[in-house]
Design a binder for this molecule. Structure first.
Ligand code: SAM
Length: 284
């Protein structure tokens, strides 16, 4: 019988993924790690039973968290990634020639080691790029102690359970703001608001308090079931959020990016929110 891996992240429902093959199952540091091959999604990585990344739809999530802030900023040289152990975010960020240095802070070295071995189709050599600096540390502690100034900071975290919990706190977001250079932008993954409304509401309440320009944008990522996923946006500069579509199109062409989801028009449209998501963003 075909084995099913059930994701039970959301009380009241479970998402089941058929495993054509279980490629690995075990403990990685403090997290349970499972890799399967699924007919629709290809290789799928689960941490503590929660979907992290799949070969088939990672492009949506990674393109939307990497290209939006970088192209909106317009001159991003230094980029911080917190989490992102599979390497897919680093790969997308490193496509930008303007980026001189990417600092990726991952708490679990074994996720990186495992992904290098089994998810090469996602990281595509990013781990060997000399512009990538890998730091193995708790992202919350790094943000509290780091000196450098970043043009773009991307929080590519697990959900707010276990080690990821610290990456959803006011203290962490405040530290991230301090790490931004003038004109810098922070983006965060904030789950699927239909199923995890509190996650977005709480983050946006903090963003409204600490950033001059808080915002939220969205994209639907099929393996993160439940509809649109929400991404947080925080900056003290207005220009990146208000950059005209023509400017984005010029930067996109200049960067020579080949994308499967991102377009300058999708970029602008992603900030148009359905009423129930807008209400969560403005609540509190
Ligand atoms: N795209 C995914 C999602 O939305 O579920 C996230 C993928 S990425 C694999 C998440 C990474 O965050 C994991 O490798 C995990 O080890 C890392 N992580 C969790 N808590 C962390 C922390 N406090 N500091 C740094 N990295 C952390």
């Amino acid at each position: 019988m075909t084995r099913r891996i059930e994701e039970t992240l959301h009380p009241g429902m479970a998402a089941a993924f058929e495993a054509e093959e279980v490629l690995h199952e075990g403990q990685s540091g403090a997290q349970g790690l499972c890799l399967i091959r699924n007919r629709i999604f290809g290789r799928m990585l689960f941490l503590d039973g929660v979907t992290q990344v799949t070969e088939a739809d990672e492009f949506i999530y990674h393109e939307m968290l990497a290209h939006l802030p970088i192209l909106a900023h317009g001159a991003a040289h230094r980029v911080l990634i917190i989490g992102g152990g599979d390497g897919g975010m680093a790969e997308e960020v490193l496509k930008h020639r303007s980026v001189e240095r990417v600092t990726m802070v991952e708490i679990d070295p074994s996720v990186v080691e495992f992904s290098r071995r089994h998810l090469g189709a996602i990281s595509k050599g990013a781990f060997d790029d000399p512009r990538l600096e890998l730091v193995f540390a708790d992202g919350a502690r790094f943000a509290a102690e780091a000196e450098p100034r970043f043009d773009v900071a991307i929080i590519d975290s697990t959900d707010p359970i276990g080690p990821g919990e610290a990456l959803f706190t006011e203290a962490f977001y405040t530290d991230c703001r301090r790490l931004l250079a003038p004109g810098g932008v922070l983006v965060t993954q904030n789950g699927v608001p239909f199923l995890q409304p509190e996650e977005l509401r709480q983050t946006m309440t903090v963003f409204r308090r600490i950033f001059a320009v808080p915002a939220c944008y969205r994209a639907a990522v099929p393996s993160y079931v439940g509809g649109d996923m929400a991404f947080g946006w925080g900056s003290d500069a207005r220009a990146p959020l208000e950059v005209p579509v023509e400017t984005l199109a010029a930067r996109f062409a200049e960067a020579g990016l080949e994308t499967r989801y991102y377009t300058p028009e999708v970029h602008k449209a992603a900030f148009v929110l359905p009423a129930f998501i807008r209400d969560l963003v403005e609540a509190g």
